[in-house]
Design a protein around this ligand. Structure first.
Ligand code: ADP
Ligand code: ZN
Length: 610
């Protein structure tokens, strides 16, 4: 940005006009405007933006500004239909072509493309590359090519799609058509591969911060995870949509069942379910209002629901990359959301065991160990969580003020002596027992396992009575996270070389104290804070109206109006169509389609509460 604002060019005036009238937004966000101008001006762009950053507008607006049809390549067939429905409701002439479509219907769309009757056409990559479609393209007027999920071209990434490699021919066949490649994958290696494979050397690169400021990160010590989860959902997300990730299918089933018994509208999702059941559950989640999906990581790719209010982890994710991707599914609409995780020593031990016992080559194991360490570093972070996350992705930032550590800074204690006792208990019992047994030794619990092994005679037996069990558990976790203590392939705790200075008492250690009660944890922010029953009633009425219109139009509720728009209705209480038009997300067409319905709800409510 230069210091003196440049005069508004005709191109950006047009872009703003489209943004206002079609999409109902009054300003571009972050780099959107620069991207729109680049692409609308006929140049290539590579857009790296986090989930929820607003990538779609970066090709939708230029496609409307340029002559011809914008071709959007996307591997996520399930998404195309909803995106096209949403665009149609905005009055955009959009369509999609993929394998789910009947021949006849596809023929109609192909004709529309040829005759210049489409603004945007979504196509699966394998379809795009067929000779038939290439022929069609050469006879049509093309505004631009948008290559969504561009990281699929990368073999190093996690979603490699061979069809994507061929997309480079677009540049050779249609050199005059601008291309915009978009991805939410940040790392340099993937970025370079996208540029190389799609021949985007000339493209302007737009790299956004990968921070998701509206997501609040919290990590809780696991004690009774189900109950903790229930308390979290009831306390912060009653009636709202969210995802709960578990490691195993069994745990998914059990957790979903249990939540239902507690009155939460939860559904299970994992690869072991029938395809039709999976589809039904996914549709209910996307279209419904306030469903909690309990799932393995099989769920989520290609879920573009903007109003997921929380993502909860009941088990450790695979890595920080996976964690960031999974939690990133919360709050795409920019409204306050929570990423919440319950984790304990056992999770950490389990992950170590899995790595050590696997048959993978040493090189792979080394990488996995490093990834686990980074993850544990996050879980055991003594300060701002977001700083740890962003640093991992190569970004520097200050403390965020919106994570559990910033909101409720942990207390620390001088734990050098306690750690010494723990290390000694591990050593003297032969470096083969898990944390529970070590804690029994320290606390002087004469269990059968202790007496059978004669561990009540160890010099460390009962030396740590003054420290509570959760405190010991946390201490051991922190020792593992710091690398003082290791875990053998059977889950036994062992001493690492680095623990020597501490063991000899040469080095003090400031450790985090566990919060003695959950009540001490900060209350999680709710997006919609109801000041009164009256506001609560209006919110319910607005949602009811949205649900009805969604059903009538057979689209997901968020496509009618997102939560951000509904929230503005609640706050601003527009009493005329002009006032309604001022709200974000209300463009010309939506005003025409739904303005009156919502206005009636607002007016009736005002009369009842006059
Ligand atoms: P991405 O594809 O990067 O994950 P989307 O394009 O789905 O993100 O946009 C995320 C959300 O942000 C959507 O609900 C969208 O309507 C909203 N949004 C995008 N750009 C703007 C803007 N300029 N003003 C207001 N809301 C926006
Ligand atoms: Zn923070």
């Amino acid at each position: 940005m230069s210091a003196s604002a440049p005069p508004v060019s005709p191109a950006s005036a047009d872009a703003l006009h489209t943004l206002r009238h079609v999409f109902g937004y009054s300003a571009f966000r972050g780099p959107q405007q620069a991207i729109v101008e680049t692409v609308a001006g006929g140049r290539d762009a590579l857009v790296l933006m986090p989930t929820g950053g607003g990538k779609s507008l970066c090709y939708q607006v230029p496609a409307l500004l340029r002559e011809g049809c914008g071709i959007v390549v996307s591997p996520l067939i399930a998404l195309m239909q909803d995106q096209v429905s949403a665009l149609k409701l905005l009055g955009v002439r959009a369509a999609y072509l993929n394998s789910t479509l009947e021949l006849q219907h596809a023929a109609v769309i192909e004709r529309e493309l040829l005759e210049g009757e489409l603004d945007l056409l979504y196509v699966a990559p394998e379809r795009l590359m067929t000779p038939r479609f290439q022929q069609l393209l050469s006879q049509s007027r093309i505004a631009l090519f948008a290559i969504d999920e561009a990281h699929c071209v990368s073999q190093w990434g996690h979603d490699f799609r061979p069809e994507y490699i061929q997309l480079s021919v677009l540049h050779e066949r249609f050199p005059e058509v601008p291309r915009v490649a978009l991805t939410a994958t940040a790392d340099q290696a993937t970025r370079n591969e996208i540029i190389e494979r799609l021949s985007l050397h000339e493209a302007e690169i737009f790299l956004s911060s990968f921070d998701r400021p509206n997501i609040r990160y919290t990590v809780t010590e696991k004690d009774n995870p189900r109950k903790q989860l229930l308390r979290f959902i009831r306390g912060s997300h009653d009636g709202e949509a969210g995802i709960v990730y578990c490691l195993s299918r069994k745990k998914v089933e059990e957790t979903a069942k249990w939540l239902r018994e507690q009155g939460i509208n939860a559904l299970p999702y994992h690869a072991g379910l029938e395809a039709s059941t999976r589809e039904t559950h996914q549709n209910k989640f996307i279209r419904g209002d306030g469903i909690v999906m309990v799932a393995t990581v099989a769920f989520g790719m290609g879920i573009d629901k903007p109003d997921v209010r929380f993502v909860a982890h009941l088990d450790l994710p695979k890595s920080l990359e996976a964690y960031y991707q999974e939690t990133g599914r919360a709050g795409r609409d920019g409204l306050a959301s929570n990423a919440w995780m319950a984790y304990g020593l056992q999770d950490m031990v389990l992950q170590r065991e899995m790595i050590e016992q696997s048959q993978a080559p040493d090189e792979v194991k080394r990488v996995e160990r490093r990834k686990l360490e980074a993850l544990l570093g996050y879980c055991e972070a003594p300060s701002c969580r977001r700083q740890v996350l962003l640093r991992y992705f190569g970004e520097d930032s200050g403390p965020c003020g919106n994570c559990d550590m910033c909101l409720n800074p942990p207390q620390t204690w001088e734990a050098g002596e306690a750690v010494q006792k723990a290390l000694s208990a591990i050593y003297r019992s032969g470096q083969r027992y898990g944390a529970a047994h070590i804690i029994d030794i320290l606390r002087g619990n004469a269990t059968t396992k202790i007496t059978e092994r004669g561990h009540e005679h160890l010099s460390t037996f009962g030396l740590g009575k003054d420290v509570s069990e959760p405190q010991w558990s946390s201490l051991l976790r922190q020792c593992v996270a710091m690398g003082l203590v290791g875990v053998n392939e059977y889950g036994g705790l062992i001493l690492n070389e680095t623990c020597r200075p501490v063991l000899r008492g040469e080095q003090g250690l400031q450790l985090r104290r566990v919060r003695e009660s959950q009540a001490a944890a900060p209350t999680l922010r709710r997006e919609i804070e109801f000041e009164s029953d009256e506001a609560r009633a209006l919110w319910a009425a607005l949602r009811q109206c949205r649900r009805r219109l969604a059903e009538e139009n057979n689209v997901p509720a968020y496509i009618v109006f997102g939560d951000a728009t509904l929230k503005q209705m609640l706050e601003k209480r527009p009493m005329s169509l002009e006032a309604m038009y001022e709200l974000p997300g209300v463009g010309d067409r939506k005003l025409e389609l739904y303005g009156t319905d919502f206005l009636e709800v607002l007016q009736q409510h005002a009369r009842e509460h006059a």
